[in-house]
Design a protein around this ligand. Structure first.
Ligand code: GDP
Length: 218
């Protein structure tokens, strides 16, 4: 699999009826998580480059950065395909959890609800043909209330997000097993374990995205 091109399409405000989000037929994968969870590191690892990023000043309307990525090959065989990676505003620090959760919920709704309940793709439990939402949680802190809250908001709005456990390189082997089990218990499904520092889990995320975006049954 080769990343051919990454382009920042827009920095969209995420709230309101004129939300500026992109809605076309290209599948979208949104990345949500608390500030500092490792979201931009993961996006850089996925695209294999440092991506341009606007940082939202406190109090300003926060933005979702939407990147269009062109890919060659991967799951589903050769061929060029495209997807949007959506970097959602982080939650958890300055803003109240509830406000951030509502914001997330609005984005999820805009993408996936659109009048109809999304139909899960077989073999990809938490995805539709139009994409999926990855919820990043820090593997060192399983079961944080703000993460659980975000999970529940997203799940209630559209479909359960795919949980990604970040920074697994920071855990010892026994901690890793214990924390991943606890995350699984909390969210009802084993997380995808990733380390942007070591490149772990990156291929797996791309396999999942390619399977959804290209309609490959797994
Ligand atoms: P964001 O706020 O969610 O975008 O988080 P960043 O990607 O900026 O990462 C926050 C901090 O965690 C930075 O100091 C990163 O270097 C560090 N970090 C991110 N991913 C990893 C990882 O996989 N392993 C380790 N050890 N550190 C990481």
């Amino acid at each position: 699999m080769k990343i051919l091109d990454v382009e920042l399409v827009t920095s969209a405000s995420v709230a309101g009826p004129r939300d500026g989000l992109v809605r076309d037929d290209i599948p979208q994968f949104a990345f949500a998580g608390r500030s500092n969870v490792g979201k931009s590191s993961l996006l850089n690892a996925l695209t294999r480059r440092k991506m341009a990023r606007t940082s939202a000043a406190a109090g300003k309307t926060r933005q979702a950065n939407i990147y269009r990525v062109s890919v060659e090959g991967g799951a589903g065989g050769p061929g060029t395909w495209a997807t949007y990676l959506v970097d959602l505003p982080g939650y958890g620090y300055a803003r109240g959890g509830d406000e951030s959760a509502r914001e997330l919920s609005a984005v999820v709704d805009a993408y996936f609800a659109a009048g109809q309940r999304p139909r899960p793709v077989p073999g990809t439990a938490a995805a539709t043909r139009r994409g999926a939402i990855f919820l990043l949680v820090d593997s060192r802190h399983p079961g944080l209330p703000s993460d659980v809250e975000a999970f529940n908001w997203i799940a209630a709005t559209a479909l359960p997000p795919i949980v990604v456990a970040t920074k697994v390189d920071k855990l010892s082997r026994s901690e890793r097993a214990r924390h991943l089990r606890e995350i699984e218990r909390t969210y009802g499904r084993a997380p995808v374990a990733v380390s942007s520092a070591r490149g772990e889990g990156i291929d797996e995320l791309w396999r999942m995205m390619a399977a959804v975006a290209r309609g490959v049954e797994r």
